[in-house]
Unconditional design. Structure first.
Length: 495
């Protein structure tokens, strides 16, 4: 069965802009009460998407077909951030009282009822290695055992390179330009603007957990009479220099031993990959598509080198910066001994029990002239959807995936802010607004955890221990090697 691809527009941004008006606010006298559940109303734009999906795809009847989705075991693969026992992006047995669980259940039920199918989860393992190994093995055995897999982007991309997944451009019924699919990923990972093997969208939540953020301690801001950095974000002046200027005001030795340690007060914390992390905020990529969709090295530009040198000088060389692990970072930040803390948004769960109020920010810009905030999605954290080459009816799969994606708009996607922020933070309109900045700053890099650029990223990571900035000379000696590595990497897609 075939149908022409249909472009559907839902005006989702207009819906998101309504969110601050739909949440209640903490009065500023301490942590908000978390005992009750917050419900964000469905916007007109979201409801219009549901109606349009029903109108567009309502003529399809698949006679009770069991649509099989291979994914992580419940409570695994990042789903533990939602629920350690039953958390899942793909399936719940019942509606439940949790808003996210209810949203996934409703999304699936709407799809089942519209298309006359049943959705069957196939639990494929507790980690991505077991899951992708199973996905590969089933294809190797020529078993038509699953219709779609939900796994991490980096592993889906690697499996695609080895020929395990369908090209979405070859699935005639699949509308990869529909608003419920992430168009930034489509544009970034469509090789030669004609080959794409994995996709994310409103169906997923872990692509948003995979966004880097700068957490900031509001109690420290108030105690030291600092300007709320959310104001800098709004007026476009949130830069690396501004962040480190504030950080210097907080950094001090408090234990009396005249030596700065993890027991003292720090302006800024990071987990050791600060060069990689903050260069990404300077509107840069290690590798990205050219105008024809062919990935190319981006680091041999004057802007990239200047941005890297600025991160090195402003942060790595600053006495206000502490490189530490996640456990120490959470402890120091929660104890009100740090102003800023870089982490993945998914780590927000570890901060929800801290007594002081906190919020989040996008990565700071290189300078005020930079036009937008940018941050690269962590493809190890983010999940994505792929279709195995053993699928015997990809046209049917394309329809079902679009319906799942479309129905996710006013179910799963509507609960996104609550899932990410929780009942406490969603009562803070400034935090909801800053989360929009974070999500809008998404970009995708062809090097991110795909393996071919490890020598370069390892060199960047190691630069935090260098006594001088050496990137320019390193580029001159390694650029040809990187270009060759990228060419070999993408040749599998080209073939």
């Amino acid at each position: 069965m075939r149908t022409s691809k249909i472009r559907l527009t839902a005006l989702l941004l207009a819906g998101l802009m309504l969110i601050p008006a739909l949440v209640s606010c903490n009065n500023g006298n301490g942590p908000a009460d978390t005992s009750d559940s917050i419900s964000i109303d469905v916007t007109d734009a979201d409801a219009a998407t549901t109606a349009l999906v029903k109108k567009t795809y309502g003529m399809y009847d698949y006679d009770g077909y069991s649509f099989r989705i291979l994914g992580f075991d419940q409570g695994c693969g990042g789903a533990n951030l939602i629920d350690e026992d039953t958390g899942s992006e793909i399936w719940y047995e019942e509606m439940g009282s949790d808003n996210y669980q209810s949203a996934v259940y409703k999304r699936n039920k709407l799809t089942e009822e519209l298309l006359n199918i049943t959705i069957k989860p196939i639990w494929g393992g507790q980690n991505v290695y077991d899951l992708i190994a199973l996905a590969r093995r089933l294809v190797d055995n020529q078993e038509n055992a699953y219709d779609m897999v939900v796994a991490n982007i980096d592993r889906c991309m690697r499996a695609a390179m080895d020929g395990y997944f369908y090209n979405y451009y070859d699935i005639d019924t699949f509308d990869l330009r529909a608003d419920w699919w992430d168009q930034k990923l489509v544009d970034a990972y469509s090789y030669a603007n004609s080959k794409l093997y994995t996709i994310v969208g409103h169906y997923n939540v872990f692509d948003d957990y995979a966004m880097p953020v700068v957490f900031y301690n509001q109690a420290v801001v108030e105690e030291n009479h600092l300007t709320d950095p959310a104001e800098y974000v709004r007026d476009g002046t949130w830069t690396i220099d501004k962040m480190m200027e504030d950080a210097a005001k907080i950094t001090k030795e408090i234990t009396g031993d005249s030596v700065m340690t993890v027991d003292d007060s720090w302006g800024f914390l990071d987990n050791g990959y600060v060069m990689i992390h903050f260069i990404e905020g300077c509107d840069t990529l290690i590798a990205g598509p050219d105008a024809d969709g062919i990935p190319e090295i981006k680091i041999n530009s004057e802007h990239y080198v200047n941005a890297a040198e600025h991160v090195y000088n402003a942060i790595v060389c600053s006495p206000s910066y502490l490189s530490t692990d996640n456990d120490n970072g959470i402890t120091i930040f929660s104890d009100d001994r740090a102003l800023y803390y870089y982490e993945m948004l998914g780590c927000i769960n570890q901060l929800r029990t801290m007594e002081s109020t906190f919020s989040l920010l996008p990565l700071p810009k290189y300078n005020e002239e930079q036009l937008k905030y940018t941050s690269t999605v962590n493809t190890v954290w983010s999940t994505a959807l792929s279709v195995p080459i053993t699928n015997t009816d990809v046209d049917r799969t394309g329809i079902i995936m679009d319906v799942l994606g479309g129905f996710s708009t006013d179910t799963v996607h509507t609960t996104l802010y609550e899932v990410l922020l929780g009942a406490r933070l969603i009562r803070q309109p400034d935090t909801v607004e800053m989360l929009r900045y974070v999500l809008d700053s998404k970009q995708y890099d062809w090097s991110k955890e795909f393996g071919w650029a490890n020598s370069f990223t390892n060199a960047l990571a190691g630069m935090t221990k260098d006594t001088s900035f050496t990137l320019a000379s390193s580029l001159r000696s390694n650029l040809r090697v990187l270009e060759k590595s990228l060419k070999l990497y993408v040749q599998k897609i080209a073939d």
